[in-house]
Design a protein around this ligand. Structure first.
Ligand SMILES: C[S@@+](CC[C@H](N)C(=O)[O-])C[C@H]1O[C@@H](n2cnc3c(N)ncnc32)[C@H](O)[C@@H]1O
Length: 316
């Protein structure tokens, strides 16, 4: 598909959080493999059950106009942020302004202690947060998550077993903590978006033959030492990859167009055909990607990413 020929629908919203497994670097490859029904206007709904930072969601909303989008994630702190931006963007911006000026007015040493004070208070509040019912308290929580994302080491969100945010301070010279216009653009896209918290299967009921679904589940660990599932307290295991394949098949049955990406286990072990076997009924491609999942930089380099669809190379 020719990018230049696509109509621009205007949203310039971009991910507001840096997120592990973010897909910005793969947008070019995804763009070449979008279903042609998207450009023909036959797809009116977009569903992304593992939204993370939303690189693909924001990209598609720039290129296409959907009547309705549904996004979901098991990480409740993340879905809280999306909900706050949707419902209280002005209050969020004002909270971030306060945090930003307090932070920038300090010297390096004071910034470090400020960061840890904010982090401790954030973690102490955790048991009192009701993630199910929207509350004005969520605004300051979302502001802090964005603040941590700009000021913590490597700019990632990671929690311990208790669900406490545990990333150390990042020592950036001039972090851009508040991007007001982007948050407003994100709020605009979210107006027509339903935000679901919890397991990816929650999206099932919203998918029909007019829907494009993009699945970006947590990576299957390349090896035991790179086991990286700490987006949330719960891991994502092979049994979950199998559950996901069942949903893929189910949605294929209702006529949805589906794209799924994952890291290729063959990067580490050429004999590991886990996904080739699991998705043998569908179209599997391998595209080059850069691996950047280890916070210490070890294990970076070129690897393949899998892109699996139910509409390309269709067997007739
Ligand atoms: C690879 S990341 C998605 C990254 C996203 N595509 C981006 O560009 O930022 C996978 C996401 O799945 C979420 N997740 C983990 N287990 C899940 C589950 N059972 N159901 C839904 N989301 C889950 C994680 O919290 C994480 O945000």
């Amino acid at each position: 598909m020719d990018i230049a020929k696509q109509t621009k629908f205007g949203s310039s919203a971009r991910p507001f959080l840096k997120w592990a497994g973010g897909k910005t670097q793969l947008l070019y490859e995804f763009n070449k493999r979008l279903p042609e029904e998207l450009t023909k206007g036959k797809i009116t709904k977009y569903v992304e059950p593992f939204i993370g930072g939303g690189a693909v969601f924001f990209y598609l909303n720039e290129k296409f106009s959907f009547e309705k989008c549904y996004i979901c994630d098991a990480n409740e702190e993340l879905t809280l942020c999306y909900r706050v931006i949707k419902h209280s963007v002005k209050e969020l911006i004002s909270e971030l302004k306060t945090l930003e000026s307090a932070y920038l007015s300090k010297n390096d040493e004071q910034r470090t202690s400020f960061y840890y004070e904010v982090r401790d208070a954030f973690n102490q509040k955790l048991p009192t947060i009701d993630f199910k019912n929207y509350s004005s308290e969520w605004v300051s929580r979302a502001a802090r998550i964005i603040f941590f994302n700009r000021t913590c080491f490597n700019g990632l969100f990671r929690v311990n077993q208790k669900g406490e945010f545990n990333v150390p301070f990042g020592k950036y010279k001039n972090p851009a903590i508040l991007n007001e216009s982007n948050l407003e653009d994100v709020a605009t896209v979210l107006k027509t978006t339903e935000i679901l918290a919890g397991d990816f299967t929650r999206c099932r009921e919203f998918v029909d033959h007019t829907t494009f679904v993009y699945f970006d589940p947590p990576y299957r660990p390349l090896n035991r030492s790179s086991f990286f599932t700490s987006y949330s307290k719960n891991g994502f295991y092979d049994k979950d990859q199998v559950r996901l394949k069942e949903l893929f098949k189910d949605l294929d049955g209702v006529g949805a167009k589906i794209m799924l990406s994952n890291s290729d286990p063959k990067n580490e072990n050429p004999d590991d055909s886990f996904f080739d076997d699991l998705y043998s009924d569908y179209y599997i491609e391998r595209v080059p990607a850069k691996r950047m999942i280890n916070s210490n930089g070890a294990g970076r380099g070129n690897i393949n990413e899998l892109i699996i669809t139910n509409y390309l190379g269709k067997k007739t």
